[in-house]
Design a protein around this ligand. Structure first.
Ligand code: NIG
Ligand code: FE
Length: 409
């Protein structure tokens, strides 16, 4: 397939990179008046229209006035869940806080109750609707977490649903085991016993069935402490499960430091950041991930992107799509919100939502940029004046077509 007359081919990285950080995030390389050739689902050639190949191709797409970007890489979601929590949404409008709702047995435990009572089949059906919807909105690779099961059986059910999604959909899906998401009420007086269940029963089964690549924990006041999380990450090492952890959403308790110590692939949320949390990330291979949809929905602070980028750090953006703190999987909204609320430039936000997102789920060699040999997961925009229009005109759909492995969906 040949795309020709592309007004701007965006995020072109002729020399493959792992991620972009600091000052470099401001640069979003593009080719104007470009062509792009796709063969066997991969990027086979690209360049200026002057050099456009003339050999015959199966299909030509005329992209006059339109732009092409790599599809979004959403490195943090919880899209496998049962039911919804719009009741809690109204409770929050009426004055309760997210923490208060959780303390009353709502929140994650509410979702766990619903998920435990849902069959694997029904869970798959509900989750696949969401997956299909986010693909239509331009997501070309996604990470999905467990963590709404909280029993051996229900955690495995969630992970098997993720496995089935992996098998049945053409986008890349990475699975993360989040057994330590919240403490089930029957373990209220005995947190250690639940951690034992996670470590001694869930984790070996997850590893044995090859159900996850990554391990996560909600390292937060009122959930799991740094020491609890350390126990988990230590155990996960044995199974080769790489950490990607929830830290600094409401309080700064040392989760970032722990993540760095355990070579986490990413540390996610970061709404609360102290100077030392920024410093410890410098020069590491751990990607900080911001989730502005969560900040928006819960009215909590946004990740201090400007401070972090000024310190030379990279930053990735993801949706956190989940029923409690971010019921939206729209990466276009995330990119716009990062520009509007976090003062990221459109170039920084697009870097954060493509190549840096790919890195945050370990797939930067195959996704996240227009590079020879990478998967042809692409967004064809509607006619646009400039790439800045994408986040500027927030809330409108600017995507005309989405291509996954070179196939129009
Ligand atoms: O990333 N913070 C922890 N977990 C999810 C939300 C969980 C929920 O409320 O269901 C998050 O925000
Ligand atoms: Fe999350």
């Amino acid at each position: 397939m040949l795309f020709k007359n592309i007004k701007e081919l965006v995020q072109v990285r002729s020399v493959a990179i792992d991620f972009v950080a600091g000052e470099d995030m401001k640069t979003l390389p593009t080719i104007t008046n470009a062509y792009l050739l796709v063969k066997d689902g991969r990027i086979a050639d690209f360049g200026e229209m002057d050099n456009c190949p003339t050999d015959s191709v199966d299909e030509v797409v005329d992209a006059t006035g339109k732009m092409i970007l790599p599809a979004w890489c959403d490195s943090h979601t919880h899209i496998v869940y049962a039911g919804n929590r719009e009741g809690e949404f109204v409770d929050r409008i009426n004055g309760l806080s997210y923490e208060e709702i959780a303390q009353r047995g709502g929140g994650i435990l509410n979702s766990a109750k619903q998920l435990q009572a849902t069959s694997e089949e029904a869970l798959y059906e509900q989750s696949k609707q969401r997956l299909e919807a986010v693909i239509r909105m331009g997501t070309g690779a996604i990470e999905i977490k467990s963590g709404y099961g909280l029993t051996v059986e229900a955690e495995l059910k969630m992970l098997r649903v993720i496995k089935r999604l992996k098998e049945n959909y053409p986008i890349d899906i990475k699975a993360t085991f989040l057994g330590a998401h919240a403490l089930p009420s029957e373990y209220k007086e005995n947190k250690y016993k639940y951690l034992q269940l996670v470590i001694d029963e869930m984790m070996p089964k997850v590893a044995e069935e090859g159900l996850a690549e990554y391990v996560d924990a909600f390292c937060e006041t009122g959930y799991f402490t740094v020491e609890d999380t350390r126990l988990l990450l230590e155990a996960a090492k044995k199974y080769g499960l790489i950490p990607k952890i929830h830290v600094n959403q409401f309080t700064t308790i040392g989760g970032v430091q722990l993540g760095v110590e355990y070579n986490a692939l990413s540390v996610d949320h970061l709404e609360e950041m102290r100077e030392e949390d920024i410093t410890v990330l410098k020069g590491t291979k751990t990607m900080p991930v911001a989730l502005p949809g969560c900040s928006y929905f819960l009215s909590i602070p946004y990740t201090p992107a400007r401070k972090m980028i000024a310190a030379g750090l990279p930053l990735a953006l993801a949706t956190d799509y989940n029923p409690g703190s971010a019921p939206s999987g729209n990466m276009n909204f995330v990119v716009a919100t990062a520009c509007i609320k976090m003062k990221m430039t459109p170039a920084e936000a697009i870097n954060a939502a493509t190549i840096n997102g790919a890195y945050a789920m370990g797939i930067e060699k195959e996704y996240g940029s227009i590079t020879l040999g990478k998967k042809a997961n692409l967004l064809l925009t509607k006619e646009l004046n400039s790439i800045n229009f994408l986040p500027y005109a927030f809330g409108s759909n600017h995507i005309e077509r989405v291509f996954i492995n070179g196939e129009s969906i």
